[in-house]
Every structure is written in structure tokens, then in C-alpha cells.
Design a protein. Structure first.
Lengths: 389, 291
């Protein structure tokens, strides 16, 4: 780094370093995290609402915080170039949105198997027709089965903290697969919130390309990759075996990320009022509304608890199962039509009948707290004003 | 470091596979090109020996030439994509990255930039080797944009004018009228002008050839690699017939390549003035080129 920065551990950066309050957008929060992560190279391609993030990352490149930055031809080119650069052992960042994520998905789903450590910002938007640029997080469903570690930020503060943590998690020797940090487009990316940030004089320690389960392909470190034959290229039982054990290892790596989610982010879920009868469970922006519904319920002295899910992959099955052990109902508000979070929760708990599917909004609609409260009243057997009307 | 990293500690050597040890002892790593190279093929441990390509495969032959021509095999990475070529390329004793469909030039853009960040004073040669489908159809945008961006690596297109590995479908590089799978009534347009596209997009050194002369083929490969180190993108468009899909009897494969040399693969070489200067420097120093 040409700038005079003090390099520190991620533990210090996230948990001990002094912080100052700033009023910034989610896009700024993500870029500010990138600025503090000693990123070697960032690759950009425009799509709304993500573009704002990579504009800002471009600015911090121009200021010297990042060594290399360019605009790629489109998202498949972007994600492929990330995969190439990762082989050379550098720290990488890119971000995309909705249709861009799907365009890059062929490369993205191959990142974990290729042991590509990188951080991917996912600033959600509509992907289906009729197309729009509005926030809707259905695209995250496509990442659930990719092997990528997936965090979901509720607000600007989460975006900052999770993006920073992602750089440490992705390079852990027992993880070493990409980490995606998702948050809702516009609602978070273009809206301002308070973010407690560390000084930009402090930056995360630089990467060690050889502290890796699959060392950088730079012809510098043994074992030399001159051994011939790649059996996976063949159609025989060895190729089936190699693929299967390799993918088992990828998904184990994904699970092993959990301990670092505890270490850096305090765990994959947040629980309020754990003894409640009815829970509102949500992730990302919907968690902000669910948190507000929980506050309403507290004011009305209702037995309502709140669970925020920070980690979507690895999915905190045990934690959610434990948190919902005595719950009578769990309401799951989401910003998508298919309800991928509700499906995940149903699969994680033994009594999936307690899950209330929704409320769901999509296509960019906001999620009024009243919509969640209506489900709360119904779950508690109370009459809903809205329903009466 | 790159040469040293592959040489095993003496006590460890006996535990390594024989093939590995022979590559270190008798392979081309760290040796002068004139002592190994294409002229001496058959007298040293080559980087590609056995491969699963079809009998009479002209592509396999050319891939052997590529690897025998590398100026610095211990500091080279190759990148490829789906296609027959990668079956032989992955058998070479040089790190090979097999990405997704047609993404080789995007991957190479990332890796060469990252190498230059980490090793600013060294040359790490990156070569993408893919077929006509991988370069000019599915990978077209990534091929072209890497050139427009002046990414400094070498692109080699193994043009067999057909999708060989997937079973003989029409490609953008097939001839007009060719009856192939997915063009049951004959291809409706001609070969894409790959060489002109490369020149227009900013490649500093471009060659089109049918590689019937190994010295000539090797010279083009080495020039392309040298120029890509400092000047800009380089491109080799090489005829590597598919004797299966075009039903060329094994004994006629060479004859076919000679005919192509008189026709649409007649030797053409383009270079910028800068490239010409560079080659004059390298090649005049002595006949024993410095790598």
C-alpha cells in the first residue's frame, strides 16, 4: 500500500479498534469496508443499484487504497476474471445486482470448487419480467446452492461489518471459498444510516497466498503443479469420485465458516425476547421491519420475539431450531415472492407447521410494519383491524 | 524461485512419482531453448507425452509444438476451456487452469494483472489455448474485450472449424455451406474473420497458419509470447484439423494441412512496429534467443 496504513487483525479491526459515527449510504458502507480491507484488485461492471458501490470502489482505487481496478466487459467476464486473479493469490472484490448476478452465475457457482477466495457484494434487485430495477431479493435463492458463504445485511452498519468480516472469512484455510454479502438495493444501498466506522488509517493484514488449502497457481511454491493428468476430465468412476469428494469438502468448508461468523459477527442469528410465543424471523432489510414490529409488540405487551438471520449459508439450522423450540408461531416476512427463507426455516425445524408464510412483498414494494403486525395479531388469536376493514 | 520450487529435496526425491523426477532431471525446465525446443523433440523429456486425443489428431501435434516452444516453461500458466484441446493441454507438465465455457481470456485478464501486481519485475507467461467455438463463439465477447483492453497475454485459437468435442456441430469458424450437426442444410455464412478482428482489436502480433513446419510454428509461438510480455495482446490462429468430424483419413492429415496452407490458412503474419523492433532485438542478440 502506498498510503501509510497500520495493518491489523480482523479481530482488532472489528471488535477493538475505535469507531466514529458516520451518516452514510449502504453503498458507501460497503466501499468504506473495502477501503479498510487491503484489497489488491477490484473488477467493476455497471448495473443498478450496484453501480454506486463500484463507483466508490473506483474512487478509492484512484486514491491508492486498491492496487488494481478495471471495468470488465460484462458480468461473466467480471466473475471469470475474479476466478483468474484468485489463482495468482491476490485479494479480490466485486459487486453486482439481480440480472448481473444471474449473468455471472455460471462463473460464481464454480468459484467454491475452484477454491476462489473473494468477496462479492450482492445488492439485490428484481430479476424476473416485467423487469425493473427495484429491490427484491429473489436472486439470493440462486446463491443458496452454489457453495458460496452468504451473509445478509440488515442495514448500513451490517453492510460495513459483514463486508469487512467477509474478507477474513474467505481466506481462512479451513474455509477458502467466496463470501457474498447481500443487502437490499436502494432500501440500503441508496439510503443513509448511522455507521460506526473504524479509522481509514487502519487496514486488514495483507493476504498470504500460501496459507491456503490450494495454494496460488503462481509457480512459486511447492507442490509444483507439473504432475500430469486431470482425472476429472475423464468419464470414469475416478472422475465421479473426485467430483463428489471435492464437493463434499466445499460444503464442509461452507459449514466451517460458521465458527468465524461467531468470531467476527457474534453469531449467525440475533434473538430478542427468547421466551415469546410468537416470533418474527427475518433477514436483511426485512429484519429491520421485523425489528420494528417487535418493538410495536413490546409496546403492546404482546408475547412476541424477534430473530434476525445474518448467515444464509451456512444456514444456522441448530441455532434456529433452538430459538424456536417453544414457539407457537413464527412469522417470516420477506422481500421476494417465493419465500426462500421460509422454506429454509421449515426444513430446519421439526414442527414446520408453526411457520407463517409471509408477509411477502416483491417487485420493489416496501414492507410496512402493519403488514407484519397483522400476522402477529392473527397468530396470537387477536382480531386484526386491517382484516376487519 | 520458479525453477527451484519444482526441484525436490534430494531425500524426498525417491518418494516422488517417476514421471515427476524425470521431468525435473530430463525435461526442458531451466534449459536453453536450443538444447531442448522443437528441434530436439524426442531427445528430452517433453512437457506433453501421452494424451487421449484421436489417432492422427493434428491438434494434439500442434499442442506438443506449443509446449516445446515455451520460452520459460517453469514460469508459464496455460488457460483453456471445454473442447478437445484441453484433454491434451491438461496432460502437459505446466499449470493449466480449466475454467468455464469460453471464459479463458477473462480469466487470463485477471491472472496476468494479478501476476504483475505480485511479481512486477518478472515475466509470468500466460497463454490461453482454446478452440474456434471457445474463442470465437461462446467466448467471443471475452476474447475481443481482453484484446481491446490491451491485456498482455497470448491467445492461441486451435481452429478445427467444428465443435469436435461435443460431436461435430457448426461453429462460427466453419466454412459457408459446410454440412455439420446443427447446420443440416449447410452453414449459411462464412468463417468469421478472426485475424482481422484481432488486428482491429489491438493485438500487436497476429499469425494465421497451418503448422506444417515446426520451426516456423515454434517461431510464431515464441514471438507471440515475447511480445505479450511487454507490448500487448498477441494472437495465433492455427489450423488444427478434426480428422474425425471432417473424415480425413489418418494418413491424409498432413496432406490436408499442406493443402490448407495453400488455401485459407496461407501463412499471414502481422506485427506492429514496436513488435518488429522487439523481435529484431531478441533474435539478433544471438541465435540462442534469450528467454
Amino acid at each position: 500500500m502506498s498510503l501509510n496504513k497500520t495493518l491489523v487483525s480482523m479481530d482488532y479491526l472489528l471488535k477493538e479498534a475505535p469507531r466514529e459515527k458516520h451518516f452514510i449510504t449502504g453503498a458507501q458502507a460497503m466501499a468504506e469496508a473495502v477501503k479498510r480491507a487491503s484489497v489488491d484488485m477490484a473488477i467493476a461492471y455497471p448495473i443498478t443499484p450496484q453501480s454506486e458501490v463500484m463507483h466508490l470502489v473506483g474512487d478509492i482505487f484512484a486514491q491508492g487504497h486498491i492496487k488494481e481496478y478495471y471495468r470488465a466487459e460484462e458480468e461473466l467476464g467480471t466473475m471469470s476474471a475474479i476466478a483468474g486473479a484468485a489463482r495468482a493469490g491476490v485479494r479480490l472484490f466485486t459487486a453486482t445486482s439481480g440480472p448481473g448476478l444471474l449473468r455471472g452465475l455460471e462463473a460464481i457457482v464454480s468459484w467454491p470448487g475452484h477454491r476462489v477466495p473473494c468477496v462479492l457484494g450482492v445488492l439485490t434487485r428484481v430479476v424476473n419480467a416485467p423487469l425493473s430495477i427495484q429491490p427484491d431479493n429473489i436472486e439470493m435463492a440462486y446463491l443458496l446452492h452454489s457453495g458460496v458463504v452468504l451473509l445478509h445485511a440488515e442495514n448500513q452498519q451490517d453492510t460495513f461489518d459483514m463486508t469487512l468480516a467477509a474478507f477474513a472469512i474467505t481466506e481462512k484455510v479451513d474455509v477458502y471459498i467466496p463470501v457474498a454479502v447481500a443487502t437490499e438495493g436502494f432500501f440500503v444501498t441508496h439510503a443513509k444510516g448511522y455507521v460506526d466506522m473504524t479509522s481509514e488509517e487502519l487496514a486488514f493484514n495483507e493476504p498470504d497466498p500460501y496459507a491456503a488449502p490450494v495454494p496460488a497457481m503462481d509457480n512459486e511454491v511447492p507442490p509444483a503443479r507439473i504432475q500430469r493428468d486431470a482425472p476429472v476430465q475423464k468419464s470414469n468412476f475416478m472422475s465421479y469420485l473426485i467430483h463428489s469428494v471435492w464437493q463434499q469438502e466445499i460444503w464442509d468448508s461452507n459449514k466451517r465458516a460458521m465458527k468465524y461468523i461467531y468470531q467476527y459477527l457474534g453469531g449467525p442469528i440475533e434473538v430478542q425476547n427468547p421466551d415469546a410465543d410468537v416470533f418474527v424471523l427475518a433477514s436483511g432489510c426485512a429484519a429491520a421491519q421485523a425489528r420494528e414490529a417487535h418493538r410495536y409488540a413490546q409496546e403492546e405487551e404482546l408475547s412476541v420475539g424477534f430473530i434476525k438471520v445474518r448467515a444464509i449459508r451456512p444456514f444456522p439450522k441448530e441455532e434456529i431450531r433452538a430459538a424456536l423450540k417453544n414457539a407457537k408461531k413464527v412469522i417470516i416476512p420477506e422481500h421476494n415472492i417465493i419465500g426462500w427463507l421460509a422454506t429454509e426455516v421449515k426444513a430446519a425445524i421439526p414442527n414446520s407447521g408453526i411457520v407463517v408464510d409471509g408477509p411477502r412483498v416483491y417487485g420493489g414494494m416496501t414492507l410496512p410494519v402493519e403488514l407484519i403486525m397483522e400476522q402477529v395479531y392473527m397468530a396470537l388469536g387477536m382480531k386484526s383491524e386491517t382484516l376487519q376493514a | 524461485m520458479s525453477l527451484r520450487y519444482m526441484i525436490p529435496a534430494s531425500k524426498f526425491k525417491k518418494y516422488l512419482p517417476k514421471d515427476y523426477v524425470e521431468l525435473v532431471d530430463y525435461g526442458p525446465f531451466g534449459k536453453d531453448y536450443n538444447d531442448v525446443g522443437v528441434k530436439n523433440m524426442g531427445t528430452y523429456k517433453e512437457l506433453v507425452e501421452e494424451h487421449p486425443m484421436c489417432s492422427g489428431c493434428w491438434m494434439a501435434y500442434y499442442i506438443k509444438i506449443i509446449f516445446a516452444s515455451l520460452p520459460n516453461p517453469e514460469d508459464t500458466v496455460t488457460i483453456g476451456t471445454a473442447g478437445c484441446g484441453r484433454l491434451a493441454i491438461s496432460q502437459a507438465a505446466v499449470p493449466f487452469i480449466y475454467g468455464n465455457y469460453g471464459d479463458q481470456n477473462a480469466m487470463a485478464s485477471g491472472i496476468t494483472r494479478a501476476f504483475r501486481l505480485r511479481f512486477p519485475d518478472r515475466h509470468k507467461d500466460v497463454i490461453t489455448i482454446a478452440g474456434d467455438g471457445g474463442m470465437m463463439d461462446i467466448g467471443f465477447s471475452m476474447t475481443m474485450h481482453a484484446w481491446f483492453r490491451r491485456e498482455r497475454f497470448t491467445t492461441i485459437m486451435l481452429d478445427n472449424e467444428v465443435y469436435g468435442n461435443t460431436g461435430g456441430q457448426e461453429s462460427g469458424m466453419s466454412m459457408e455451406g459446410a454440412i455439420l450437426k446443427m447446420s443440416p442444410t449447410g452453414k449459411k455464412f462464412g468463417k468469421m474473420p478472426a485475424m482481422q478482428l484481432a488486428i482491429t482489436a489491438g493485438c500487436v502480433y497476429v499469425v494465421k497458419m497451418s503448422p506444417t513446419n515446426i520451426n516456423k510454428a515454434s517461431k510464431a509461438i515464441r514471438r507471440a509470447i515475447f511480445a505479450a510480455r511487454t507490448l500487448g495482446p498477441t494472437f495465433l490462429h492455427v489450423y488444427t484439423s478434426c480428422n474425425i468430424e471432417y473424415s480425413i483419413p489418418t494418413n491424409d492429415v498432413f496432406r490436408d494441412a499442406k493443402e490448407m496452407e495453400k488455401g485459407r490458412f496461407a501463412y499471414e503474419e502481422y506485427m506492429t512496429d514496436e513488435a518488429k523492433e522487439l523481435f529484431a532485438q531478441i533474435e539478433s542478440k544471438n541465435k540462442r534467443e534469450v528467454s
